[in-house]
Design a protein around this ligand. Sequence first.
Ligand code: IMP
Length: 179
Amino acid sequence: MQQTIHIKDKRFRTFIPEADILREVRRVAEEINRDMAGKNPLFLSVLNGSFMFTSDLMKCLDIPCEVSFVKLASYEGTSSTGKVKELVGLNEDISGRTVVIVEDIVDTGLTMKRLIETLEAKSPKEVRIATLLVKPEKLQVKLHIDYAAMEIPNDFIVGYGLDYDGLGRNYRDIYAVTD
Ligand code: IMP
């Protein structure tokens, strides 16, 4: 059943129900279980948006692995660089390790591209991407996404960890803006 929620000035309608999300998360987890066996990967969950995805994904993994949480802190760079996102909270030595980034959504892909460059500079064995959602029509950069639970159109969405101005992360379903 479709449900409407209001957040600030916007109205959202149920777009992906929890059961569908969990089915796709399980599917991705099975692929990861198969590909990552014996690699002892380090999952790097990018906060805040990926906390629910990370939790449900990790519960479906049955391989030896580690999970850690990082943030991308936005700050104003020089006028030439504009807004820069700096990686904070990475305490692990990732050299020689298989790293899997766990992200909520890849939109333009700029955030992910930058994060990969930052991680590559620390000499990991390999860096893979696991994202809950991708908006393929909005991708602006060439990006190899190893694991994507779902592809969606350009709509702005909230719920299951994703927010609108800090709100809406708590909902178990995903909602799309209606206006
Ligand atoms: P990108 O750098 O354009 O790929 O932006 C990725 C980031 O933008 C994600 O990690 C989210 O934090 C945010 N984002 C992009 N689309 C949405 C959306 O529809 N709802 C909520 N956040 C979004």
